[in-house]
Design a protein around this ligand. Structure first.
Ligand code: DLL
Length: 433
């Protein structure tokens, strides 16, 4: 069902007029309230008055994770803290996370967009929504929660983990909708198989999955094994959280971008020049209505393209195909964003290891496993086994503390990790997603 017929089916001309009006107001507000943005605009020789058409957005400078990091934690908020009612955060390229804030109206807008998203997936009031996205600083749990409540569905705020209990609750409460990362959905399917539970005996009808890349093959597997329809949703915390773009159950061919709130662009990942409509490149978003934390031309590093044809479901918003690649080296391990540079930072801070390492990612069953191979110094290597074990434990604990993910450590002899002749190959990703 189309939740907001008025906006989701706007003819392109009216949509663009609305976008332009909102863009002008947003740029003027950001310019007036944040010195950092004002300076960037001045350096680029552009003022809010220069924005007369949607294409003029190209005059504005980009925003990146680096800008967020430089202004950690609240430097890019455009409202005083009295107006902020929620704070979320996600991984940055170094130790510091990127922090985002929301006003009351932002939360309402987000709930509306997540409601549209769930509605597009065929979720309705009367549904029992099993929300296994993580609750916490991650935007997945609470973002989806507010949308499901706004839709009038009954939410089970189960969050991630404790799979056995998840299945028990699904059986006992009669969950009809599963919200989780696609890899966790497969994990649940594995656990059901282990316990001899036939998913057909459950009431699950549809799953709304996102927060990490997943292929059509993985969709098929989830659909077959859990006996549900699997719908893709996309989002990122810097822009809002889940609900930036959503697939419709009618077509399942691309995700509709909530274009009345986010203006998408596709740029060349090397030159950052705008690409013609339909060509693949880096996805860039400008928020049009956000109050506490608007972003201007935020470079997502996700590779995509815009599909301009009007979908048979009736929604007029441009679509993006499933996102399968990024322009940087960010890994998503069990739903957690991980930059190799964060692991490097830990390694650099531990005595006895060399700055030569490699990260190997595997998918065993449906679980992502990561192994960090690190060279140790000659002195440590010839030392007793006990000190090697201690070192390995230390690395493991520090990585877990920083990133919240468990990994195995393999300490290797000095000079065994292949030296690069150009860019070091830090990551070997053997997952077949
Ligand atoms: O993952 C928000 C979210 C929560 C989306 C729940 C969907 C469901 P971040 O932690 O900031 O936010 O990570 C954002 O995750 O730039 C993509 O690289 C990746 N990503 C998110 N959704 C998808 C998807 C949340 N459906 C980063 N397909 C993004 C592929 C996705 N990648």
């Amino acid at each position: 069902m189309i939740w907001n017929e008025e906006y989701e089916t706007l003819p392109r001309e009216a949509l663009e007029a609305l976008q332009l009006k909102r863009l002008k107001a947003q740029v003027a507000r950001v310019h007036a309230t944040v010195a950092y943005y004002r300076k960037k605009m001045e350096d680029a020789g552009v003022t809010p008055d220069d924005i007369q058409t949607l294409a003029d957005i190209r005059l504005l400078p980009f925003t990146t994770k680096e800008d967020l990091r430089k202004n950690y934690p609240f430097g890019l908020f455009t409202v005083p803290m009295e107006k902020v009612v929620r704070i979320h955060a996600s991984s940055g390229t170094t130790g510091k996370p990127t922090v985002v804030g929301y006003t009351k109206r932002d939360i309402e807008m987000w709930a509306e967009l997540m409601t549209r998203t769930l509605s597009a997936a065929g979720v309705h009031s009367g549904d029992i929504v099993h929300n296994a996205y993580g609750y916490g600083l991650f935007t997945g749990g609470l973002g989806a929660h507010y949308g499901a409540e706004n839709l009038g569905a009954a939410v089970i705020p189960i969050s991630g983990g404790n799979t056995k209990r998840q299945i028990q609750i699904m059986q006992d409460f009669g969950s009809t909708v599963l919200l989780s990362t696609p890899s966790y959905a497969l994990n649940i399917a594995d656990a059901m198989a282990d316990q001899g539970i036939d998913p057909a005996t459950l009431k699950l009808r549809v799953g709304v999955f996102g927060a990490e890349p997943w292929s059509e093959a993985m969709r098929e597997e989830i659909e077959q094994r859990l006996k549900i329809k699997a719908i893709d949703i996309y989002g990122l915390s810097e822009v809002m959280g889940p609900g930036v773009a959503a697939e419709c159950i009618e077509e399942q061919k691309g995700l509709h971008i909530m274009e009345d709130h986010f203006l998408p662009e596709i740029v060349d990942p090397d030159t950052f020049a705008p690409l013609p409509l339909g060509e693949a490149g880096e996805l860039v978003f400008t928020t049009l209505t956000k109050e506490a934390f608007p972003v201007i031309r935020y470079r997502t590093k996700d590779i995509s393209r815009l599909i301009p044809d009007v979908c048979s479901c009736g929604r007029t918003f441009y679509r993006i195909p499933k996102i399968t690649g990024r322009t940087d080296d960010m890994l998503i391990i069990r739903g957690v964003n991980v930059f190799p540079s964060q692991i490097e930072e830990v390694i650099m801070g531990v005595e006895g290891v060399e700055p030569h390492y490699q990260i190997v990612v595997e998918r065993e069953g449906s679980l992502d496993k990561i192994e960090v191979q690190v060279e140790v110094s000659e002195a440590i290597f010839s030392d007793e086994v006990k000190s090697l074990e201690k070192l390995s434990k230390k690395l493991q604990t520090e990585i877990k503390d920083l990133l919240g993910i468990s990994c195995t450590i393999k300490l290797v002899e000095p000079k065994t990790i292949q030296r690069s002749e150009g860019k070091a190959k830090r990551v070997i990703d053997n997952r077949k997603i």
